[in-house]
Design a protein around this ligand. Structure first.
Ligand code: BEZ
Length: 304
């Protein structure tokens, strides 16, 4: 059995159709069918049910698919990491969600640069879902995001839980006043959530905070990204619920009020490829904890 047999089988199983799989693999259909036949002969088992349309896997085929995917992920990681180790110059590509840029991310990057001036850092703004794809494809080495993923090829550390706050136009009736706002006071407001896509996203964390409190916001508008939401808040078009680090944005026509809801928090996750144990990753994690210590933020100090 060769790696190409795994690739071919995964394409056929995912497309559930030989013609589409052949197109995806840029080969003709007859050699693809021959390769799958060879694979079944080699294993001595039937992987794809015969004469069934649309195509269906046997129990052995479903088992083979799950493990073939894991093996192909490992091969891709092996390739990315070997290339990384073999490079003379050290680089670290960091994916981050926009909100972290207004909070502690700049301090963390500066701290890392001071300690490791020999490493080139590249920063890429992307959603958590985009970070997972970019990690697997080797476009970034570490992602700072807000969503959990169950992807077995990604190692994730929950760094902390950040409280959410409410962003309002200064003239809004709820903008003044002391103390925290309750979600029940916000259900009738025009609520701006972001990002609209890809989902799940921070938008779903905000909506989940309402549903956990048995509330449904009545007027929800989904917008493309954080900066658009904040611009619309400044224009008096609605309110937004954002992680507290967004307060670092200092928008001219936006004020913030805390939320008096202990469950309204957004976690920050550190995500890397599962097998990657590069010193750059240990060092950036150490920079995160050092900045937390400076700010008196509690953390578990979990290592890679
Ligand atoms: C934080 O705010 O906790 C954070 C921001 C960016 C990277 C890591 C952590």
């Amino acid at each position: 059995m060769e790696l190409r047999h795994l690739r071919y089988f995964v394409a056929v199983a995912e497309e559930r159709n030989f013609t589409r799989a052949a197109e995806r693999l840029h080969i003709a259909q007859p050699p693809l069918s021959r390769q799958i036949q060879q694979l079944e002969e080699d294993l001595g088992v039937v992987l794809i049910e015969k004469g069934v349309r649309p195509l269906r896997l046997t129990e052995a085929g479903a088992f083979f698919l799950a493990h073939a995917r894991t093996l192909l992920d490992q091969v891709r990681d092996l390739r990315t990491m070997t290339q990384r180790i073999g490079k003379l110059e050290r680089t670290l590509s960091v994916g981050f969600v926009a909100s972290t840029l207004y909070g502690l991310l700049p301090d963390i990057i500066r701290r890392y640069r001071e300690r490791h001036p020999e490493v080139d850092i590249a920063l890429h703004e992307m959603t958590t879902v985009e970070q997972l794809k970019a990690l697997k494809e080797g476009r970034i080495d570490v992602g700072f995001g807000r969503l959990k993923s169950a992807d077995p090829s990604i190692r994730r550390i929950r760094l902390r839980e950040e409280p959410m706050v409410v962003a309002l136009f200064p003239g809004h009736r709820l903008a003044g006043g002391a103390g925290g706002l309750r979600l029940t006071e916000l259900v009738h407001e025009a609520l701006l959530v972001y990002p609209k896509a890809p989902r799940p996203s921070f938008a779903d964390q905000v909506l989940a905070a309402f549903s956990e409190a048995n509330l449904t916001p009545e007027h929800v508008t989904e917008v493309r990204e954080l900066q658009i939401a904040m611009g619309l808040v400044a224009a008096g078009q609605g309110i937004a619920i954002v992680p507290e680090s967004v307060q670092g944005m200092h928008h001219r026509n936006v004020v913030y009020r805390p939320l008096d809801e202990p469950h309204a928090v957004s976690p920050i996750f550190f995500s890397v490829r599962h097998m990657d144990r590069s010193p750059e990753l240990e060092n950036i994690l150490a920079a995160v904890y050092a900045v937390y210590d400076d700010h008196g933020i509690a953390h578990g100090g979990e290592k890679l």
